[in-house]
Design a protein around this ligand. Structure first.
Ligand code: HEM
Length: 115
């Protein structure tokens, strides 16, 4: 099987490539058959969809369908763009930071006005 870098996956965004568990897939022919709808797949084009795929409770049947659309494996040493990450960790870390800042502001205001 061919090996692709994250950069190549990004370049094939329009071709509908996405990555699940280190395998590169082109599920374009499957879009309209997907029980979860085409949009959720399209949103993950060019990205690592591992976490989304696993967290949406796909069955082993879904994994079998997946096999048909393999195009290669990912070069794990290749650099990944932040937007390609599958966990959404940067976004949620950012949201967490906002929450802390908001709590600190509330705490300060509370101290000023509660006196
Ligand atoms: C190419 C990759 C994918 C394949 C082959 C695939 C296949 C399937 C299949 C066969 C089902 C029916 C339930 C099952 O048998 O597990 C399903 C349901 C679903 N999929 Fe995917 N899936 C893929 C990627 C994704 C991704 C990336 C998401 C993103 C969130 C997603 C979201 C869903 C949802 C929400 C359902 C449930 C639909 C419902 O029950 O109404 N899928 N998928």
């Amino acid at each position: 099987m061919n090996t692709y870098t994250w950069q190549q996956v990004a370049q094939n965004l329009k071709n509908g490539w996405l990555v699940i568990d280190g395998i590169v897939y082109d599920p374009t022919p499957y879009l309209n058959e997907h029980p979860g709808g085409p949009a959720v797949l399209q949103n993950r084009f060019g990205k690592d969809a591992t976490r989304d795929f696993n967290e949406t409770g796909h069955t082993s049947g879904a994994r079998q369908i997946l096999q048909k659309y393999q195009v290669g494996i990912i070069d794990k040493t290749s650099p990944q763009e932040p937007w390609q990450a599958g966990g959404g960790t940067p976004a949620s870390a950012q949201q967490f930071a906002y929450l802390i800042v908001a709590l600190v502001i509330v705490f300060i205001l509370w101290n000023i006005f509660a006196k």
